[in-house]
Write a protein that binds this ligand. Structure first.
Ligand code: ADP
Ligand code: MG
Length: 631
C-alpha cells in the first residue's frame, strides 16, 4: 500500500490553478470580477501577445489595505464570504478566494494598490506564488495588477496554449461578456496597444451594446421583458430577420454574472420556433434577476454555469420575454427600410410607449454615433401589448393576447379553408377558388391597392406610400399553418368519390389507423384497407389528390415513435399540410385571392413562412426616389 502524504502548498496551488486558470482569458475574467466586486466604476484591461506575456487590469475600486495584500494571494483567502451560511446567497462575483492564489502560482505578478482615503499605497511583487518584494508606493486610489509570463513555470500547461491570436480573441470575448454584464461600469479593453472596446458606463443597456457590438447588431434588436413574483427578465432579443448562422451572440446574465445555460438557450430558441429557417439562431442580451437564493453559482470552478432552483420558472420567464418581443414585432421587422430615416419619426410614439412600458432606460436613440439621426435600435411599429408589465402567461392567455392578428372569430379561422366564394357582379354563380374568404370588415382600416402579380410568384401592393412584394405561396402557407395550430381549428374536408388508397406497408398503415382521430382533426378520414393499406375517404378541401400520399407519408414520419406527438412533431405535420394546401408559386392567381392574402399580410397577421423565410418585402418611395436620383 503506497504511503499517503499531504501535498505541499506549492503543488496544491498548482493543481488548483489548473482548474481556475486555464488560459489568459480566465485570468482576465477573474481580475475583472475582482475589480467589479471592489465597486470600480472604471476599469481598463490591457493585454499583449494574447495575454501570454502581459495582462494588466486597473480599477478605481476600493483598493486593498497594505496588511491584506499578502493574505489576498493565499488560497481560500477572501473578503467576500465568512461562514457556510453565506454560500446560499452569493451577491459578489468572487467568493472562493482562489483566483489570486491560482494566478500567482503560475506567473509573475506586480500589484499596486491604494485603499480609498489612504495616504499611500503598497506595491507587491510575486513570482510563482512567492512574495519577492513588498514596499510602500505612491499610486492612485484603486488597484493595478500586472500578470506577466503566464505559465512560465508550468511548461506542460504552456503547450496547450493556442496561437496568440486565438488566446487574444478568447480574452476579447471574456471582456465583452463582462462589459455587457455591467452597463454601469465603464470598461476599456486595449489589445496590443489598440483600444478595442470602450463602454460608456452610463447604466444604459443600449449604449453598452452599441459600443461593444456595433450599429448593425443593435439595429436588429427588439426590447424584451417579462417577470413573475420572483424573477425578472429584461434586455433585447434579435428580430427574426436578424438571426445569425451561429449562437455566438447569445448573451445571458444571471444576477449580473455572465453565464452559459442550456435552459436559457432552449427557452430563447423555443420562442423563435417556426420563425427561423434551420441553421439560423437568434441573438440576445438578456438579464435575469432573481433572489440570490434561487441560483447556485457554486457548481463550477470558473462559475460560468449555474444551477437554478426552478428551471421551469426561469425557462418560462425567458421564453415569454422573447416571445413577447418577437410577437410584437411580427409585422414591424420585415424590412430594414422601415427603420431608415423618415420612417423612424412615425414609430417614435411606439418607442415612447416601450420606454414607459419597460420602465427602464432602453431603447433610446444613440445620437452620438448616428449622423443621420437613425435609431440605434429597431423599434417595432405594431402595438405595445396592453398587458402592462408583461407577465408570464399561460398558453391560453398568450393566445388571447398575441394569437393571430385577426380577431379570433371562429368563422374567420374557418374561412381560411373555405374553398368557395362568390365573385362580385356574378352573384348567382358560385365559383371555385383554391383560396380562402375572410370578412372584409376585419381589414377595413387597411388601405392598399394590389397592383398585380409578377413572375407568378409575387404580389405587388401599394401601401402607405411604399411598394410591397409579397410571396404568395409563403404567405398563404403561413396562414394555413397558424390556422392548423389554433385550438378552435375545424377542418373543411371534401369527400372523395374514389378513395385514395395509401399502400405504404403494414407499419405505416398501422400508424395511420392508430392516429385516425388526429387525422380526422386535420380533415383526413382513414379506414383500414387490407393488411398493408389504408383507404382515405375524406381529405382537407384545399389539398390536391396528388398531394395526399406525400402528406400522409410526412405525417407517418412524425408519428413513427408512438405516443402523443410533441409540439415539434405537430408543427412538422402542420407544415407539411400547409405547404401542400397553399397556392403555388408558378401558377397565376385570381385578383381576389391576391387581395385577401395582401390584406392578411399587411394587417401584420403573418410575417414569416413556417420555414422562417420572410413573406413580404418593402421598397419605400424614398428608396425608389434615391434610385432615380429624385431626392
Ligand atoms: P475572491 O474574489 O473569490 O474573494 P480572489 O483570490 O479573487 O478571491 O481575491 C482575494 C481577495 O483579494 C478578495 O476577496 C478581495 O478582498 C481582494 N481583492 C482582489 N482583487 C481586488 C481588487 N481589484 N480590488 C480590491 N480588492 C481586491
Ligand atoms: Mg476573485
Amino acid at each position: 500500500m503506497p504511503k499517503i502524504y499531504e501535498l505541499d502548498r506549492h503543488v496544491a496551488d498548482l493543481i488548483a490553478a489548473g482548474e481556475v486558470v486555464e488560459r489568459p482569458a480566465s485570468v482576465v475574467k477573474e481580475l475583472l470580477e475582482n475589480s467589479i466586486d471592489a465597486g470600480a466604476g472604471v476599469i481598463t484591461v490591457e493585454i499583449q501577445a494574447g495575454g501570454m506575456t502581459y495582462i494588466r487590469v486597473t480599477d478605481n475600486g476600493c483598493g486593498i489595505a497594505p496588511e491584506d495584500t499578502v493574505t489576498a494571494f493565499l488560497r481560500h483567502a477572501t473578503s467576500k464570504l465568512r461562514g457556510a451560511e453565506g454560500l446560499d446567497a452569493i451577491s459578489t462575483l468572487g467568493f472562493r478566494g482562489e483566483a489570486l492564489a491560482a494566478i500567482a502560482a503560475v506567473s509573475r505578478i506586480e500589484l499596486l494598490t491604494r485603499e480609498h482615503g489612504a495616504g499611500e499605497g503598497v506595491s507587491v511583487s510575486l513570482e510563482a506564488g512567492a512574495v519577492s518584494d513588498i514596499s510602500p508606493a505612491g499610486c492612485p486610489e484603486g488597484t493595478n495588477i500586472i500578470v506577466r509570463d503566464l505559465f512560465f513555470n508550468t511548461p506542460a500547461r504552456m503547450k496547450f496554449m493556442k496561437s496568440d491570436r486565438a488566446e487574444s480573441s478568447a480574452v476579447a470575448t471574456t471582456v465583452l461578456r463582462c462589459a455587457l454584464s455591467r452597463p454601469d461600469v465603464s470598461i476599456r479593453f486595449i489589445r496590443d496597444g489598440k483600444t478595442e472596446y470602450h463602454t460608456p458606463g452610463d447604466s444604459r443597456v443600449d449604449s453598452c451594446i452599441y459600443s461593444l457590438l456595433g450599429r448593425e447588431f443593435s439595429a436588429g434588436l427588439l426590447p424584451a421583458k417579462s417577470s413573475d413574483e420572483t424573477i425578472s427578465v429584461s434586455g433585447f432579443v434579435s428580430a427574426p430577420a436578424a438571426a445569425r448562422g451561429n449562437r455566438s451572440y447569445q448573451f445571458f446574465f444571471v444576477n449580473g454574472r455572465p453565464i452559459q445555460s442550456r435552459t436559457l438557450l432552449a427557452a430563447l430558441e423555443q420562442a423563435y420556433a417556426n420563425k427561423l429557417p434551420s441553421g439560423r439562431y437568434p441573438s440576445c442580451v438578456l438579464y435575469v434577476t432573481t433572489n440570490y437564493g434561487a441560483v447556485d453559482v457554486n457548481v463550477h470552478p470558473a462559475k460560468t454555469e449555474v444551477k437554478f432552483v426552478s428551471d421551469k420558472q426561469i425557462y418560462d420567464c425567458v421564453y415569454y420575454a422573447a416571445l413577447g418581443a418577437v410577437s410584437n414585432s411580427e409585422f414591424g421587422n420585415r424590412s430594414s427600410e422601415l427603420w431608415d430615416g423618415k420612417a423612424v419619426a412615425e414609430t417614435s410614439s411606439y418607442k415612447q410607449a416601450v420606454i414607459k412600458d419597460s420602465n427602464s432606460e432602453f431603447p433610446k436613440v444613440n445620437d452620438s454615433n448616428s449622423a443621420s439621426g437613425d435609431t440605434a435600435f429597431r423599434i417595432p411599429n405594431s402595438e405595445v401589448p396592453k398587458t402592462g408589465g408583461f407577465k408570464s402567461m399561460s398558453a391560453d392567455e398568450y393566445r388571447k393576447a398575441y394569437g393571430a392578428g385577426t380577431p379570433s372569430a371562429k368563422s374567420e379561422s374557418r374561412g381560411i379553408v373555405d374553398s368557395v366564394f362568390t365573385k362580385s357582379g356574378d352573384s348567382n354563380q358560385a365559383i371555385e377558388y383554391s383560396a380562402f374568404h375572410i370578412p372584409n370588415s376585419a381589414f377595413s382600416n387597411l388601405e392598399f391597392r394590389v397592383v398585380g402579380e409578377t413572375l407568378k410568384t409575387y404580389i405587388i401592393v401599394e401601401y402607405r406610400g411604399s411598394v410591397w412584394f409579397i410571396d404568395k405561396h409563403a404567405a398563404h402557407e403561413r396562414i394555413h399553418f397558424d390556422a392548423l395550430g389554433r385550438s378552435d381549428f375545424e377542418p373543411m374536408s371534401q369527400a372523395l368519390i374514389t378513395p385514395v388508397i395509401c399502400r405504404h406497408g403494414q407499419e405505416d398503415a398501422a400508424i395511420l389507423l392508430e392516429n385516425a382521430n388526429l387525422l380526422e382533426s386535420l380533415g383526413f378520414t382513414a379506414e383500414s384497407f387490407g393488411d398493408d393499406a389504408v383507404a382515405i375517404r375524406r381529405i382537407p378541401s384545399e389539398i390536391n389528390i396528388d398531394d395526399v400520399e406525400p402528406v400522409l407519408s410526412d405525417i407517418c414520419e412524425q408519428l413513427r415513435h408512438g405516443g402523443t406527438p410533441s409540439p415539434i412533431q405537430r408543427d412538422e405535420i402542420y407544415r407539411s399540410i400547409a405547404c401542400k394546401a397553399a397556392i403555388k408559386a408558378g401558377k397565376s392567381s385570381d385578383i381576389r385571392e391576391l387581395e385577401t392574402l395582401a390584406a392578411r399580410v399587411l394587417s401584420g397577421e403573418v410575417s414569416q413562412c413556417p420555414h422562417g423565410r420572410p413573406v413580404a418585402f418593402e421598397i419605400t418611395k424614398a428608396t425608389l426616389d434615391r434610385g432615380f436620383k429624385r431626392s
